[in-house]
Design a protein around this ligand. Structure first.
Ligand code: ATP
Ligand code: MG
Length: 360
């Protein structure tokens, strides 16, 4: 979907705001606290029913009002998202029907790159796991089914471990051993694709010219257990130990991947700016994978795009988005330098007292 217009009401510092945008890049700039991140958060919430800033989503409602609304008009549909203190729902304006979260994600995928993603290379395993899960959710039809089964097995194993159910856990261990190769295979294929994308992709060549170190980046999948020993043996060896500590020791809930520069951990070698370049590229690559699989262009939302990046890397990032014909909404504290050749529009976020407004 290409977004054409965004209206938000009662969100963060906005009582009301409207942002008419086009295909291509929309660059929004403004002072600290003016409402840039809030705008991206509102768009993301409108298309996913989640905030990337908080799990307490009632916090997004302006000044303790009763409800907030986001109306996103796209070329294929219009979605109204309503958030009140306790719930959130998305409605297809054309037929007034509720859209489930899964449908919303499939129809209007987004790629958010914000503060937490800037140091993605050194982030916690669960963060990297989420990255893999997100891509697999879109590109592998079987993954959702496997993932639901895995969550159930994990929950049941945990229950058995907490309640000392040594006989019952054997059923769930068997289920885990059965599903493991399927999930490991999907994850390994994805990591192979990532490695291939980095070593062969022409679209990244501009980045490689300036950031030569990118050529040495590679990814290594970690299954969550020693694959040479195998999960079955691990579960057998750890049987008593797991009942002592009341939680699983090894398993798919620990799957992860290393981001390496040659053989070394990239996060301990790369500078902050280099890490941001790599983190942004990794997320943009996930966008390419999703786009190829769904044949729908995800909307890219990048908060604070310029921080940590020198002028040339800022330019390369914009050039990439422009060349890929991506619809991207970007924010920055300073006016973003946009090449005349780019299909781009500039907006300014203006703050008057507690109220924010966006204008061209
Ligand atoms: N529920 C709310 N109601 C009213 N105002 C809020 C609410 N939540 C946050 N704010 C205010 O919204 C303003 C906008 O915050 P936001 O994070 O969007 O700013 P920003 O432009 O991204 O700033 P920075 O450049 O520092 O990242 C802040 O002043 C914040 O205090
Ligand atoms: Mg911000």
């Amino acid at each position: 979907m290409i977004i054409q217009n965004i209206k938000i009401q009662n969100i963060r510092s906005y009582e009301f705001a409207e942002l008419p945008i086009n295909k291509g890049i929309s660059a929004i700039y403004g002072e600290n606290g003016s409402g840039k991140t809030s705008l991206l958060e509102a768009i993301h919430f409108g298309l996913s029913l989640r905030s990337f800033r908080t799990s307490k989503t009632e916090q997004i409602i302006w000044n303790n009002e009763l409800k907030a609304e986001i109306l996103i008009t796209g070329n294929t549909k219009t979605i109204r998202t309503i958030k009140d203190k306790t719930s959130a729902k998305a409605i297809d304006e054309n037929n007034e029907k509720k859209i489930s979260r899964k449908e919303l994600l499939m129809q209007c995928p987004t790629c958010v790159i914000e503060n937490k993603e800037f140091s993605f290379t050194g982030s916690q395993p669960d963060y990297k796991r989420k990255y893999l899960n997100k891509i697999l959710f879109y590109v592998e039809q079987d993954f959702n089914n496997f993932y639901e089964q895995l969550s159930k097995i994990h929950k049941q194993r945990l229950f058995c471990l907490k309640n000392g159910q040594k006989k019952e856990i054997l059923i769930w261990n068997k289920a885990l051993i059965e599903i493991e190769p399927k999930i490991t295979l999907l994850n390994k294929c994805l990591i192979n694709d990532l490695n291939a994308f980095f070593s062969t992709n022409d679209h990244l060549s501009d980045f490689f010219g300036k950031n030569n170190w990118l050529r040495r980046i590679n990814f290594k999948y970690k299954a969550g257990f020693d694959e040479e020993i195998g999960l079955e043996k691990h579960l057998g060896n750890n049987f008593e130990k797991e009942f002592v500590i009341n939680k699983p020791l090894v398993g798919l809930h620990k799957r992860n991947f290393d981001i390496l520069i040659d053989q070394d951990d990239a996060s301990s070698i790369l500078s902050r700016g280099q890490q941001k370049v790599l983190s942004c590229i990794l997320h943009l690559v996930s966008k390419e994978f999703i786009e190829k699989s769904l044949n729908i262009q995800p909307i890219v939302l990048i908060d604070d795009i310029c921080s940590e990046l020198d002028k040339e890397n800022q330019y390369l990032m914009l050039k990439y988005l422009n060349n890929m014909n991506t619809q991207a909404i970007l924010t920055s504290i300073e006016k973003i330098a946009l090449d005349n050749k780019f299909n781009a529009n500039l907006f300014y976020v203006e703050q008057k007292g507690d109220i924010t407004n966006v204008k061209r």
